[in-house]
Design a protein around this ligand. Structure first.
Ligand SMILES: [Fe+2]
Length: 359
């Protein structure tokens, strides 16, 4: 069976695109109980961007703290309950922030029309009813969350996406100027999420011409941004990174992630480590999976003087490593891609624990 991929309905891209949001929303404001919900990274509270959010009097604006942990099913359930209790079903939901905010906005758009906890819908095609209109406005680039079919949430049992056609944004607003305030470490870790998506997509069973076409472009852009003559944080590179993120996400949509994301999910689920950073911690030690790309990644770290601690596993108990390996092992689609459909004959939880001990 081939994937039947649902793309974003509409995309506006370019400097200052943020200023078009109010016009775009105008056509949707009459739906449901006629108000919009803005979910914004708490980082922007009190900052210039917060004043530019085109919220009308009837709208709700939530500044969500996602600094420490990945978004959770509880967080989404609580937001949903509050919105429904206070104002009813929104006309639309707009997420302004990084990958975590994208995930919350996507999940929330589904949960305002579907009953019960979001935990019930973690998986493929479990959502019963279409959600409400939703828009993604990324302020960091690399996660690909602006185009993915999943809203990744961490629940009490698993870190897994709500994945269905209705999850995909109706509108993405890609304004490279919004990337200008990202700090260097975050710029690096999140951009590397894109780089790693492309490398993982091309290193496995599900790779194909669709995935390669987008992945090659995204990798070329990442190399210009992180290793090129004009490498570093500037508007020209922000324009490139925003498109790299989108294309990396599209490459991935038609392929799959592998060992690095499996380990990364274990780190996030058990220790709450942020996604992009967790990927970097793992990717550094996965030469047998990703070969020269790991050396290229190391040269990017060096060039930008990024913090990437080593020896972390010395502080982890056997129990912690075991728990992380359990999470990673239970992502068969990633191991199918990375190792092959017979991966269970070649690969054990013990092997995964050995990888964690390298970190
Ligand atoms: Fe990722």
């Amino acid at each position: 069976m081939h994937k039947n991929f649902k793309n974003i309905d509409k995309i506006v891209y370019g400097k200052g695109a943020f200023n078009q949001i109010d016009d775009i929303l105008a056509a949707k404001r009459d739906e449901n109980d006629k108000f919009m919900v803005f979910i914004v990274d708490k980082y922007f509270e009190g900052k210039e961007l917060a004043d530019r959010i085109p919220a009308h009097a009837e709208d709700m604006v939530f500044f969500e703290d996602i600094d420490q942990y990945e978004p959770t099913t509880d967080q989404v359930d609580n937001l949903r309950d509050k919105i429904l209790a206070e104002k009813g079903v929104p006309a639309g939901i707009i997420g302004i922030g990084g990958g975590s905010i994208m995930d919350i906005a996507k999940a929330l758009s589904l949960m305002v029309t579907n009953e019960g906890s979001s935990q019930l819908y973690q998986g493929l095609n479990l959502v019963k009813k279409a959600g409400v209109y939703h828009m993604g406005v990324p302020t960091v680039a690399g996660t690909g969350a602006e185009c993915s079919m999943t809203a990744v949430l961490t629940g009490p049992v698993k870190k897994l996406g709500l994945k269905c056609d209705w999850t995909v944004f109706n509108q993405a607003v890609l304004d490279p100027e919004l990337l200008s305030t990202v700090d260097t470490n975050q710029w690096f870790y999140t951009g590397m999420d894109c780089y790693i998506h492309c490398i993982e997509a091309e290193s496995g069973l599900y790779f194909n011409a669709y995935s390669k076409a987008y992945g090659d472009q995204a990798l070329a852009l990442c190399r210009e941004v992180y290793l090129g003559e004009n490498a570093g944080q500037n508007l020209e590179n922000d324009e490139k990174l925003m498109i790299a993120s989108l294309f990396g996400g599209l490459s991935l949509t038609y392929s799959e992630v592998g060992a690095c994301h499996a380990l990364s999910y274990g780190l996030s689920k058990i220790l709450g480590t942020r996604h992009g950073y967790a990927n970097c911690l793992a990717f550094y030690h996965l030469e047998e999976f990703y070969g020269d790309a790991v050396n290229e990644f190391k040269s990017m770290i060096e060039k930008h003087n990024v913090d990437l601690p080593q020896g972390l596993s010395k502080e982890w108990s056997e129990e912690t490593i075991d728990a992380m390996a359990e999470v990673a092992y239970n992502l068969p689609h990633m191991w199918n891609h990375a190792i092959g459909l017979d991966w269970k004959e070649k690969w054990t939880k013990e092997d995964i624990k050995k990888l964690y001990r390298r970190l």
